[in-house]
Ligand binder design. Structure first.
Ligand code: PLP
Length: 394
């Protein structure tokens, strides 16, 4: 049966192929040291699991969440968290939407706004969902290069005037996957002014906003900027903050107009988040201050070990200030694909070629600090030893 042209327009989800490659290596008895997919290896905190078990035993959580937006209790916990963490006021009544993780919200917000022919400004390199959804709606993704010289922030002034006129949506993702960059408040301020001037909606993907290393670098919410609610919607997720990728829970927050648009699209596709999971998410948010520093300390130790190891091989790299990704420039003479192949073949190290995230990812590989094996720091040390033995130098 011929598939819809719509489906033929989009590529397979890239990580499916990487997962298949890893399975094949395991079958061949060559299990790689895996710095691939960014999926937290640590368990969900026990207090969140306990809250789920208790909630799942309450039959009141079993039906549809008829509110469609998330229960009042969940939205109130989000509003409280947003005030504590970002100093931002969002109303549980109309400025928050519960979501099935971040990805679902990113998809539906594009469907809510983009018509055929509309331009969507998308960072390059980036999480693939932005560009694929733009194309799925018949829109055109205009790439905004993220380069070291710009601290991996899109140069908004470099966007041609004609493109600005046609653009209806601007995607930002800070802290950034795959580069690990953070956006200073002044940059977010500039982006809000830009979106207002050219009448577009900013979708700020905050999936990694809690994975940071120093209080001085604590990432901001775009809603901290005055007037941001008029033009911005910010997507949050419990996936990375609380090691809850499989649970599929998050939220969107922003001005009522944008939340309403997302809700209308979403409510015609899914029927919300299991209410027991919403209760568990409340427990997570209420316990954030106790839990987050432990999660951050764990990644900090791994980051420092990997960065020191790479530097010992001559790699010109600085420690990322947020996310659990390390964006590694490839040695001279390699493409990102060629270098990832060498790492895998000669060093048994799985890293993702930067070009998977877009043409501007060429020249880099991404290494994720989420390491499944028991001895995390030992694996990092082993990877560096393997690279040294495999002749990897910068
Ligand atoms: C940049 C970015 N945004 C959003 C997501 C979606 O995460 P989730 O749907 O689990 O919240 C991911 C997942 O890896 C991501 O890397």
């Amino acid at each position: 049966m011929e598939q819809a042209q719509r489906l033929q327009r989009i590529p397979p989800y890239p990580f499916r192929e990487i997962a298949a490659l890893k399975t094949k290596m395991i079958e061949e008895g060559r299990e790689p040291i895996d710095f691939g997919i960014g999926d937290p290896d640590m368990p969900t905190p026990q207090f969140v699991i306990d809250a789920l078990c208790e909630a799942a035993n309450d039959p009141e959580t079993h039906p549809y969440d008829e509110s469609g937006f998330g229960t009042l209790e969940y939205k109130t916990a989000i509003a409280d968290f947003a005030r504590r963490r970002f100093g931002v006021d969002v109303s549980p009544d109309g400025e928050i939407q519960s979501t099935i993780g971040g990805k679902e919200a990113l998809v539906h917000v594009v469907w809510a706004y983009i018509d055929p022919g509309d331009v969507v400004l998308v960072p390059d390199p980036a999480y693939s969902v932005y560009k694929v959804q733009a194309s799925w709606c018949g829109g055109a993704a205009f790439p905004m290069p993220l380069e070291p010289g710009n601290n991996f922030l899109p140069d908004l002034d470099a966007i041609p005037a004609a493109v600005r006129q046609q653009a209806k949506m601007l995607f930002l993702n800070y802290p950034n996957n795959p580069t690990g960059a953070v956006a200073p408040l002044e940059y977010l301020e500039r982006a809000v002014a830009f979106a207002r001037e050219h009448e577009m909606v900013i979708v700020q993907d905050a999936a990694y906003v809690e994975v940071y290393y120093d209080d001085a670098d604590r990432p901001h919410s775009i809603l901290e900027i005055d007037g941001a609610k008029d033009v911005a919607i910010e997507i949050h997720s419990l996936s990375k903050t609380f090691n809850m990728t499989g649970w599929r829970v998050g939220w969107a927050m922003g001005g009522g107009e944008h939340i309403e648009a997302l809700s209308r699209a979403k409510s015609n596709v899914d029927s919300g988040t299991f209410m027991a999971i919403q209760r568990a998410a409340i427990a997570g948010l209420n316990g954030y201050e106790q839990f987050a520093p432990k999660m951050q300390a764990e990644y900090r130790a791994r980051r420092d070990a990997l960065i020191a190891g790479l530097q010992s091989l001559g790699c010109p790299i600085e420690a990322p200030r947020a996310t659990f990704y390390v964006w590694v420039p490839v040695p001279e003479g390699f493409t990102s694909e060629g270098f990832a192949t060498k790492l895998l073949g000669d060093c048994r190290v799985l890293a993702i070629p930067g070009a998977v995230y877009g043409p501007c990812g060429e020249g880099f590989v991404r290494m994720s600090l989420t390491i499944k094996a028991q001895d995390k720091l030992g694996q990092i040390e082993q990877a560096i030893d393997n690279m040294r033995a495999g002749g990897v130098f910068w």
